[in-house]
Design a protein around this ligand. Structure first.
Ligand code: CP
Ligand code: NVA
Length: 330
């Protein structure tokens, strides 16, 4: 396996063996961190993390993972650089690659991160685009392995906006890892044909299935893990909240749904989550639509089934593994 100098742009760019290896390295880093073992392997390196969209987990995961590996980290916020406004993506890529050993990018178009990777001769890591969220899928599968053991033949059900970036990466990761994937959501928000066509043959080869359905009972007795994400993603028009709530209300993950899944089924969420009204958006939605919890009920979110904070922690360990593997040049 050779990761050196490679970009991490989408799950489909990596083989099943390579993805397994990333998870194994992440678990090793988690043990080292817990044991307080020094792993500052790259004191001579610097990375830059560029955000067109806001973030808590991804930004902090890249920063802390970078510091733990001994690197210097520069954060460029959504307004903090010339990229795209005064300087093209291609020029920015070539400039940043002269200063830094690796570049993280979170933003809108997948094309932007692909262009950065094309022009930068250092690894480029995708921290979320409209199309996918590959570092999230790694953390999710690490968490599922920790909680459920060997995942081959198990079933992951994503319930809600199955057209979104997180669902796309989870479908790809499931296909690669031989996990059955159920995308359960309204017909208007089904995964794109392109995403399904790319994942289907891989799933078949690895002995798993992909089910696209609008029936919430499709996961009854089947799902080992149920996954929810927000109903309106970063960068989408806020005017769409009303329409999205109408479409997705039947797909709220509640305790009744959890109980219909496989015994011991776990609940995952990439976060942030609208499971109460303790956010300004949550409060606004409550005032406008009378809904106090959206994609998941507070009961499920706070229950023992919920592994969302382990999942959040694992963002850091998996991102560290991706950076370590692609930067290692000894
Ligand atoms: N899950 C995730 O990517 O969270 P942030 O948007 O806070 O980075
Ligand atoms: N689908 C969500 C994921 C956030 C981590 C979004 O893009 O906003």
């Amino acid at each position: 396996m050779n990761f050196k100098g490679r970009d991490f742009l989408r799950i489909l760019d990596f083989s099943e063996g390579e993805l397994h290896h990333m998870l194994d390295v992440a678990k090793k880093f988690k043990e080292m961190k817990r044991a307080g073992q020094n792993h500052k392997y790259f004191p001579e390196k610097n990375i830059v993390i560029v955000f067109e969209k806001t973030s808590t987990r991804t930004r902090c995961a890249f920063e802390v993972a970078g510091y733990d590996l001994g690197m210097g980290v520069t954060y460029l916020d959504p307004t903090g650089s010339q990229m795209g406004h005064k300087e093209s993506i291609a020029d920015t890529a070539r400039v940043l690659a002269r200063f830094y050993d690796g570049i993280e990018f979170r933003g809108f178009k997948q094309e932007t991160v692909d262009t950065l990777a094309k022009y930068a001769d250092v690894p480029v890591w995708n921290g979320l685009t409209d199309a996918c969220h590959p570092t999230q899928a790694l953390a999710d599968f690490m968490t599922m392995e920790e909680k459920l053991g060997d995942l081959k033949g198990k079933t992951l059900a994503f319930v809600g906006d199955t057209h979104n970036n997180v669902s796309n990466s989870l479908m790809a990761m499931s296909a690669k890892m031989g996990v059955n994937y159920i995308a359960c959501g309204p017909v208007d928000r089904r995964p794109s044909d392109e995403v399904i066509a790319a994942c289907q043959p891989i799933a078949e080869k690895n002995g798993s299935t992909i089910t696209i359905t609008d029936d919430v009972h499709a996961l009854d007795g089947k799902a080992d893990a149920i996954y929810a994400d927000v109903w309106l993603s970063l960068g989408e028009d806020k005017e769409k909240w009303g329409e999205r709530i109408e479409q997705l209300r039947p797909y709220q993950v509640n305790m009744e749904m959890m109980n219909r899944a496989r015994p011991g089924a776990i609940f995952l969420h990439c976060l942030p989550s609208f499971h109460d009204t303790n956010t300004s958006i949550g409060q606004d939605i409550f005032e406008r639509f009378g809904l106090s919890e959206m994609e998941v009920t507070n009961e499920v979110f706070e229950s023992e089934r919920s592994v969302v904070f382990d999942e959040a922690e694992n963002r850091m360990h998996t991102i560290k593994a991706v950076m370590y593997l692609t930067l290692w040049d000894k």
